[in-house]
Structure formats: structure tokens, C-alpha cells
Design a protein around this ligand. Structure first.
Ligand SMILES: Cc1cc2nc3c(=O)[nH]c(=O)nc-3n(C[C@H](O)[C@H](O)[C@H](O)COP(=O)(O)OP(=O)(O)OC[C@H]3O[C@@H](n4cnc5c(N)ncnc54)[C@H](O)[C@@H]3O)c2cc1C
Length: 471
């Protein structure tokens, strides 16, 4: 029997799992790649409504393959518009996310050709998986529109979910055409009227993308951004500077308190030389998954409530030229970044009334805006999302959330999803954002390319083992 493998999700994680399976298999396979839309390979991140939306990682670090670090850079340099540019500058530049989407699409098309040569049947299915049933003779996937299918193994690569709605009493507001829960859709910046301000909830990288989108649509009015901490987004400063002295003091048995005190000590040291915390946080990147896994649940909860935002500001930065644009808007009085909590939002014929508690001024404030765009980041508590496949799997007792409700309980050594009693589903794998609770850092290409590669190896090793004829 030819093994049937289903991959739910046609974004980076799903497609790169398929690319690796196709590349490495020595025997025929049947591969079903399932995506909600036909934009296979691009996913949410690499199909943007604006070419000015750029990667937040430099070109030299965006290879799709862990063992070929310059794969993306070489692909870029082979294109006519880059060929004559200095490679080191291109390597440290932040290119368009759409260009990265082109790279992934090309990779995917090449893989489909290789699949044909290797007698691998690739089926691209555009539909939404609504239910997963683990039966004795395989996994049954049910769809919104198409007839269900059965596969022997399934990889859940569902990626980033949309943000959850803010908690306000006036729930009917969320049905308003002037409320945009999904900030990655073009509609949220289109058809704007500059005479009244716009409210963006959240002030991270998606806020920046949304502002660029609004400007591109000639929005000239005021923008308010409200988030719990109101931290200012930082630019990439200290480019090329590395600092590693703190790593020598960090070990596995450390408590979160000890860890933060080591980091504080080193931040103080570098500050004397005019350097801020970012190189210290950057150096932790290869170690953050291990550090996270060694923390207790209480420490993880403390990190989420007290340190996550500080960590995020140091970690998720924007290129200097984009930062300058954001700063100019602030100086011109067109962008107001507030620290606060939304109390309620109501809409009348005269516009949208927002009531919020201003943390700095310690009082309730009011705003009148024409639209509200939710940029609070992907929701990780899937049980809170309506009509959501992962939420359904949790409800059906197939998936279990981790203690912090950041993702799905999984054995991260082999990427097998855990069942109720901590045992593993032998035929069900997941990767990417679904592993946030297990690994914390599990959303960027840096982690996803390794996970996709490893899952392909594990699946193929098991298939060869199960079916002797496959050897
Ligand atoms: C706006 C944005 C910009 C980013 N920029 C960068 C960057 O510059 N560098 C970097 O390293 N990382 C970046 N990231 C992180 C990003 O998460 C990863 O790089 C990567 O794109 C994630 O891929 P994925 O396949 O896990 O998720 P996604 O790209 O979200 O793909 C998941 C796919 O699964 C589909 N799906 C979900 N549920 C179902 C279902 N029930 N049935 C069928 N299909 C389903 C979705 O429609 C989607 O197409 C960015 C993320 C975002 C959101």
C-alpha cells in the first residue's frame, strides 16, 4: 500500500514538510496538501496586499532549508534586479514578503515536478478541514465542502490564527463592517476616510504593517494605537554587533529569577557603552526553547504576564527606514501610541465611540473613530475561537492544550501530538505556532524549516519501518 499523508495547511510549514518529503522519499507516496485558499506556499505572511510589507528577518537568514543557509540569498542574487548589487548588502537587507512568497512558490512548483518524476501523487485540496477523526484504519478528515478523505498520517500545519476579539460588553460591535478582526486582509486599510481617526488595537509589527497600508491608501488622518503596555516599537540598532558574555552564566537548572538577574546585569554593562538590550536578547535565540522547557508552569505564567512584552520589544524590531516613518507620524501628531485597556466600543450613525482606561493618566478616556483594526496578534487559546478546526479537535478530545493555552500538547522530540493521558497519537504530527506552549519560539522560518525537515525524516523512517516493501 502506498502511504497516504495529509498535510493540513498550505503555508510555509505545510509546504516545506511536503517539499522535504518529496525530496527525501525513495518510494511512492500519496500526498494531500490542504489549504483554505489556493495560495499554496505563501500562507498569511508571504502573500501581502502591499509590496512595502517587508520581512522582519534579513535575506541571509531566510533560507527555507536548515542545511543550505544561503539558499534564499542565492535565489535572490540570481534574479536580474539583484544580480549587480553587492551580495553582503542584499544579505543584510529586509526584502518584500511577497518576494519571499515568490521564492516559496517556485520551490513548491519545482517540488511538484520532482514528485511527478518520482511517482508521488500530490493532491492540492482547497477547502477547510472542520473535523479530524482518528479511526483504527487511519485518520479521517472532514471538510466544509468536499467529501472526507482518509490518510495514514497527518501533519497539522495550521499556522497563525486570527486575533481574538477584545473583551467588551457590546458584543454586537464585532459584526460591524467597520471592525476588522483580521488585520492581514486588504479590506482593513481600503476605502478610508481621513476626516476621522482610526483605532488600531495593539502596537506590534502588525500595527506597523497596517499603518503602511493605510498610508498607501492615502489615509492622512490620525491613528490611535492602544495596547496594555504602550511600548514603543524599536528599530534594528547595533546591526552586526554580537554580545555573548551572559551565555556563559546561563545554565539549565536556573530559575527565571536567576535568569532575569543575569540578563539585567549584562544590560547594565552594555548600557555603559551606549548599547541597549537587543544584542543580549538576540544571543539567547538559539537557547530560548531549552530555557523555556526548563521553566516551571508558574515561571512561564510569570513570564507571560510580566516579561513577555519587554522580551517582545527587544526581539521584534523593524528596519530603521520604517521606524523613521513611524516616528515622523508621531512627531507630526498623526500617530498616538497609548497604554491602556479598552472598556467598550459602540457604534452609531455618527461614528464609533471607544471608551478606554488610559494607564498613564489613570483615567477613563473617549475616542471617536471611523474604524477599528485588531492587531493584537494571533490567538493561541483555540477554544476561544468560533468555528475553529483546532478548537473542534480540543472539544473532541483529540488535542489537549498546554497549561498556558499557548498551543497543543506535543512530544517535541518527534512532533507527535499528545492524547489525553499524555500518550502520543502515533500518526498525528504538528509544528509551528501550535508548539508555542512547548517551545515558546516556534513561529519564524528559523524554527519552522528545522521542524518541517525533521517531521519529513520521521515520517519516512516510520514508513520504511512499517512496510518492508518500501525499503
Ligand atoms: C504578517 C506576518 C509576517 C511574518 N513575517 C515573518 C518574517 O519576516 N520572517 C519569519 O521568519 N517569520 C515571519 N512570520 C512568522 C510566520 O508565522 C512564519 O514565517 C510562517 O509563515 C508560518 O507558516 P505556517 O505554515 O506555520 O502558517 P501560515 O502561513 O499561517 O499557514 C497556515 C495555513 O493553514 C491554513 N489552515 C488553517 N486552518 C486550516 C483548516 N482547518 N483547513 C485547511 N487549511 C487550514 C491557513 O489558511 C494557512 O494558509 C510572519 C508572520 C506573519 C503573520
Amino acid at each position: 500500500m502506498i502511504p497516504r499523508i495529509g498535510i493540513i495547511g498550505g503555508g510555509f510549514a505545510g509546504i516545506m514538510t511536503a517539499v522535504n518529503l518529496i525530496k527525501k522519499t525513495t518510494t511512492p507516496l500519496e500526498l494531500y496538501i490542504i489549504g483554505e485558499r489556493s495560495n499554496f506556499a505563501r500562507g498569511t505572511a508571504y502573500e501581502s496586499y502591499l509590496d512595502k510589507h517587508i520581512l522582519n528577518v534579513t535575506t541571509g537568514k531566510m533560507s527555507a532549508f536548515p542545511d543550505q543557509p544561503s539558499h534564499f540569498l542565492d535565489w535572490v542574487m540570481s534574479r536580474p534586479s539583484f544580480r549587480d548589487l553587492p551580495k553582503d548588502i542584499v544579505s543584510s537587507s529586509f526584502l518584500s514578503r511577497n518576494l519571499y512568497g515568490d521564492y516559496l512558490c517556485e520551490l513548491w512548483q519545482e517540488s511538484i515536478k520532482i514528485a511527478e518524476e518520482k511517482e508521488i501523487n500530490v493532491v492540492e485540496l482547497v477547502d477547510t478541514v472542520i473535523k479530524l477523526t482518528n479511526t483504527e484504519d487511519g485518520i479521517e478528515l472532514s471538510f466544509l465542502n468536499s467529501p472526507s478523505i482518509k490518510v495514514d498520517k497527518c501533519v497539522v500545519a495550521t499556522g497563525n490564527q486570527i486575533p481574538k476579539n477584545p473583551s467588551i460588553p457590546n458584543l454586537p460591535f464585532f459584526k460591524s463592517p467597520n471592525y476588522f478582526q483580521n488585520p492581514w486582509k486588504k479590506e482593513c486599510v481600503g476605502d478610508v476616510n481621513s476626516s476621522r481617526p482610526i483605532l488600531i488595537i495593539g502596537n506590534g509589527l502588525t500595527m506597523v504593517d497596517t499603518i503602511l497600508g493605510l498610508q498607501d491608501h492615502k489615509f492622512k488622518g490620525e491613528i490611535y494605537s492602544i495596547s496594555p503596555n504602550g511600548f514603543n516599537i524599536l528599530p534594528h540598532r547595533h546591526t552586526g554587533l554580537t554580545y555573548q558574555a551572559h551565555l556563559e552564566e546561563i545554565h539549565n537548572k536556573m530559575s527565571l529569577k536567576e535568569l532575569t538577574s543575569v540578563i539585567h546585569k549584562h544590560v547594565k554593562i552594555v548600557r555603559q557603552f551606549g548599547v541597549s538590550a537587543e544584542p543580549i536578547i538576540d544571543a539567547l535565540r538559539p537557547h530560548t526553547q531549552r530555557i523555556w522547557r526548563n521553566l516551571t508552569v508558574v515561571e512561564k505564567q510569570f513570564f507571560m504576564s510580566r516579561l513577555r512584552h519587554l522580551f517582545g520589544v527587544a526581539r521584534h524590531r523593524i528596519p530603521l527606514h520604517i521606524y523613521d516613518k513611524i516616528q515622523k507620524l508621531r512627531i507630526d501628531g498623526l500617530l498616538h501610541i497609548q497604554s491602556g485597556k479598552i472598556i467598550d466600543i459602540t457604534e452609531t450613525d455618527r461614528g464609533i465611540d471607544v471608551t478606554y482606561f488610559d494607564k498613564k493618566q489613570r483615567k477613563t478616556q473617549f475616542l471617536k473613530v471611523s474604524r477599528v483594526i485588531n492587531c493584537t496578534g494571533p490567538e493561541t487559546d483555540f477554544s476561544k475561537l468560533e468555528n475553529n478546526f483546532l478548537g473542534q479537535c480540543i472539544h473532541d478530545g483529540i488535542f489537549y492544550q498546554d497549561e498556558l493555552k499557548l498551543g497543543i500538547q506535543t512530544n517535541v522530540e518527534n512532533f507527535k501530538v499528545k492524547s489525553k493521558d499524555g500518550m502520543e497519537h502515533s500518526n498525528l504530527f504538528t509544528l509551528g505556532s501550535n508548539l508555542k506552549g512547548e517551545l515558546w519560539e516556534s513561529t519564524a522560518v528559523n524554527e519552522l524549516r528545522q521542524q518541517a525537515n525533521a517531521i519529513a525524516d520521521i515520517i519516512l523512517a516510520e514508513e520504511n519501518f512499517i512496510d518492508g516493501s518500501n525499503k
